[in-house]
Ligand binder design. Structure first.
Ligand SMILES: [Zn+2]
Length: 364
């Protein structure tokens, strides 16, 4: 946000519930960041979190692709006025209803939230029975260590578990993951296909510029440029994959190659790509029926998900999980121009062979 007025609007967006935000498909800054988008206006709503801060939500119709160097404005933390005791040192009287919103809680409730008062109560409310309930400002309370969600003891380390329980769970996951990765699947190298699409952009309304498919032997099965029917230019992605409008002007359209593509996909037992969701939404268009699309979906194996499981289970120190990162991790060299469709497909196949070394072998 550039100015104070905009900041002001940000904080006065109406409060809604998380369910409401989901129903309206509103996007938080985190969502936008994940999708590489930036907001075009101020937030249309806010969600109030448990700690009293507000998370702004944006209208999905008013966003655009963010430039690479775009910095997401951190949601401005809401400054809460502290509730001070009266100048005489006496706690202030507040209503029971307004207390939580002011961050005021009784010692009993604080204990349930794993907080411990560190000073004197600053306020109180009076129960119907006439009993006085002393309240503490949570901001001045000490956070108590949370117990492990599994064994109930220890101190939380990661994923709500204590160090021992976390280790134990991770070891189990790793064992199961390794068993899956190292298994013999006896698949045919001719029927496991690796594919990559280059696109005009990252959205469903974007169009396919090239399709590359290689088999389990690394042999080219299909490779063509395609001519978009609607998009005339794609400056942003052109820098990544190098496909210019001039290069595709005489190429067939995606609709024209669809019958050939359908035939190839039908013959495959497994389709592997590094990140399949966007590719799937385009590839499924070669099928007219839901049944065909469902079958296609079932054949898809997302290598990026497999790689991230592997990284997580083996606790590898990798901050990014792109295909390039996977290549670097396995010390593989790029063949051809990185991010060209064929080079990506080749890279995908070789990373797959690292993760699933016995995929094409039968049990001895
Ligand atoms: Zn535990």
């Amino acid at each position: 946000m550039k100015n104070a007025a905009a900041e002001q609007r940000k904080n006065t967006a109406p409060l809604i519930s998380l369910e409401e935000a989901k129903r309206r498909r509103l996007l938080s800054e985190k969502d936008l960041c994940r999708m590489g988008l930036m907001p075009l206006g101020t937030p249309v709503a806010c969600i109030k979190r448990e700690d009293g801060t507000r998370t702004p939500y944006f209208d999905p119709a008013k966003v655009k692709e963010a430039p690479r160097d775009y910095r997401y404005p951190k949601a401005a933390p809401q400054k809460k006025e502290p509730v001070l005791p009266l100048p005489t040192g006496e706690p202030r009287r507040v209503s029971a209803k307004s207390a939580p919103a002011k961050g005021l809680f009784s010692a009993e409730v604080l204990k349930q939230m794993y907080y411990e008062p560190t000073g004197e109560p600053v306020a109180y409310y009076i129960k119907k029975s006439g009993e006085r309930v002393m309240l503490y400002d949570r901001a001045t309370c000490r956070r108590l260590p949370l117990p492990c969600a599994k064994c109930g003891g220890g101190v939380r380390f990661r994923q709500k578990l204590c160090r021992d329980c976390y280790r134990e769970e991770l070891a189990q996951k790793r064992q199961a993951g390794d068993a899956k990765r190292l298994a013999h699947y006896g698949k045919s190298r001719d029927r496991v296909l690796f594919f990559d699409l280059e696109m005009t952009g990252v959205y469903d309304h974007d169009e396919v510029l090239s399709v590359s498919i290689v088999n389990g032997r690394g042999e080219e099965v299909f490779h063509t440029l395609t001519r978009p029917e609607r998009k005339k230019r794609w400056k942003r992605t052109e820098k990544i994959h190098g496909i210019t409008p001039d290069m595709v002007k005489d190429a067939p359209t995606f609709a024209e190659i669809s019958p050939t593509l359908a035939e190839i996909l039908n013959g495959a037992e497994q389709l592997v790509a590094f990140g399949t969701s966007t590719d799937y939404s385009h590839l499924r268009r070669v099928y007219k029926t839901r049944e065909g699309q469902k079958l296609l979906r079932q054949k898809m194996l997302d290598l990026s998900a497999e790689f991230s499981h592997y990284v997580f289970e083996h606790e590898l120190e990798l901050s990014h999980l792109s295909l390039s990162d996977a290549m670097a991790h396995f010390s593989l060299e790029w063949r051809g121009t990185a991010h060209s469709s064929l080079a990506d497909t080749d890279a995908c196949r070789r990373v797959f062979e690292q993760l699933f070394p016995h995929y094409f072998e039968s049990e001895a």
